[in-house]
Write a protein that binds this ligand. Structure first.
Ligand SMILES: [Zn+2]
Length: 476
């Protein structure tokens, strides 16, 4: 939070500084040299008005969450989502639309029953973590050992959890920039594997979420260090409170978990990255890339995660398609598949498109927040910062600051392309409410704010068009 506020202050200084140096230049010569011509800036402002009036992203997200709904990889909803996206992109008039196959293995959620069996028997609201194995048919019942966070679990001696259910009760902090997620999500990523290594027979954790609903948050486990062989589930925040209060009373608390989830590691499922192109009029082989992910979890309808990103990026491209002529460079809207299960779609995209990586001029992804963008952070070469500053001057009256840091890699999927060398911009929206809904039954269309959708689409449209119309080399 503090860091964020500080960088906001520097951002104001940076913008003011650049205005000042331009004033000095203007005194020296009649014409202020700018990277984007007055005409380009005027078109960008027209695109802003179009997006603010149209409300297209909101309409598209309503369509996606009503006609398709949840899109977990390998499910019928996932396949329907791909069909929906291809048909929609064609209907919107994209110059080219295609899919690139992505493969993954299947996981079955099954059913779950969780309860405290003693000394204060109560049912618990829980959800299986993605990739979890199930329990034996009659379930497991064992004493719970609580850890205040993942580090405490990691510090538990080898063998100390033999026959126990490990429980991490760390609560995620609500922050505008979502920075509470990292310290909390590690318990989801590696908790079960770590607990198993200490001898535990099961793993439960407080949901990674900021709400007080009696709804648990699902999400993937990391598998880069190995696959956990014990069942793993998350409790809703109120249930985690109840359980911790029971444990605090000092008597051993026993917990029963019955879970029929199942890994099908040999069952390969096919999904896809869906790509829509606006073909550039001068250098079509170079493209600005807009990312999001089309898959979602199976709870909720994925209207927020990442229906918002899918539809903002599609709408931004559509507004540019409606201009009298195409921009100089191409624009690729990539709806990645299988993001939720470990950035699988973008990994396969990178393998397939590595030879073309130099032609990925710059990228931006949306995979966070339901609020408005308030900050823009670049990750470009030092010379290209001048172009970023000029963009930021157009966004400043909208209340969007320019972050003083220049280390953006791109969000979610695009972060892998960013790490591989693609310049990127990260637009930070107000994420205060995001983790109330994230990966729950409550990720539904009513959470999508139509005015924020217009505003954010306007920013993405302006950014994308300026980057695609200019000849700026964002790597330099
Ligand atoms: Zn997401």
């Amino acid at each position: 939070m503090l860091l964020n506020k500080l960088s906001g202050t520097f951002a104001v200084l940076a913008v003011t500084g650049s205005l000042f140096s331009q004033t000095v230049l203007a005194e020296e010569s009649a014409e202020t040299p700018t990277i984007f011509s007055a005409e380009m800036k005027a078109t960008a402002l027209e695109l802003k008005d179009t997006a603010m009036e149209a409300g297209l992203a909101y309409e598209l997200d309503e369509s996606l969450s009503t006609e398709v709904g949840p899109r977990r990889v390998g499910t019928p909803g996932d396949r329907l989502g791909i069909k929906w996206a291809v048909a929609k992109m064609k209907a919107l008039g994209f110059d080219k639309v295609w899919t690139e196959e992505v493969t993954h293995v299947y996981w079955e959620r099954g059913e779950i029953e969780a309860e405290v069996t003693g000394p204060y028997p109560q049912r618990m609201t829980a959800i299986a973590l993605g990739g979890s194995v199930g329990t034996p048919k009659k379930g497991i019942e064992a004493e719970v050992v609580e850890f205040e966070n993942f580090a405490a679990l990691e510090a538990a001696p080898e063998g100390s959890l033999k026959g126990k259910i490990a429980y991490v009760s760390y609560r995620m902090e609500r922050k505008i920039d979502g920075s509470g997620y990292g310290p909390a999500v590690i318990a989801r990523g590696y908790g079960a594997l770590t607990a198993e290594q200490k001898g535990a027979v099961g793993y439960i954790m407080r949901s990674v979420g900021t709400d007080n609903n009696r709804l648990a948050h699902t999400g993937g486990q990391r598998e880069d260090k190995g696959v956990a062989g014990i069942p793993a589930a998350a409790l809703s925040n109120p249930d985690a409170d109840i359980l911790s209060n029971m444990i605090r009373r000092g008597q051993p608390v026993t917990f029963k978990l019955k879970q029929s989830s199942k890994r099908h590691d040999k069952k390969v499922v096919k999904t896809a990255n869906v790509i829509g192109e606006v073909t550039g009029r001068e250098t079509p082989e170079d493209y600005v890339i807009l990312g999001s992910h089309l898959d979602s979890w199976d709870v909720g309808t994925g209207a927020v995660d990442d229906g918002i990103g899918v539809t903002i990026t599609m709408a931004a491209a559509k507004h540019i398609l409606d201009l009298p002529q195409r921009p100089k460079r191409s624009i690729r809207v990539v709806l990645f598949g299988a993001e939720e299960v470990g950035l699988v779609g973008v990994k396969q995209y990178l393998e397939k498109n590595r030879a073309e990586l130099d032609h990925h001029v710059i990228g931006a992804e949306w995979d966070f927040g339901v609020g408005r963008i308030y900050d823009m952070k670049p990750g470009v070469g030092p010379q290209a910062l001048n172009a970023i500053r000029e963009m930021a001057e157009l966004f400043a009256p909208m209340g969007v600051s320019l972050n003083a840091a220049n280390d953006a890699k791109g969000d979610s999927d695009l972060s892998l392309l960013g790490e591989a060398g693609m310049p990127a911009v990260e637009f930070a929206p107000d994420g205060s409410l995001y983790f109330d809904y994230h990966h729950t039954d409550n990720d539904t269309f009513d959470k999508v704010d139509p005015e924020a959708m217009k505003f954010n689409t306007a920013i993405y449209t302006m950014f994308t068009w300026l980057a695609a119309e200019s000849g700026v080399d964002f790597r330099k």
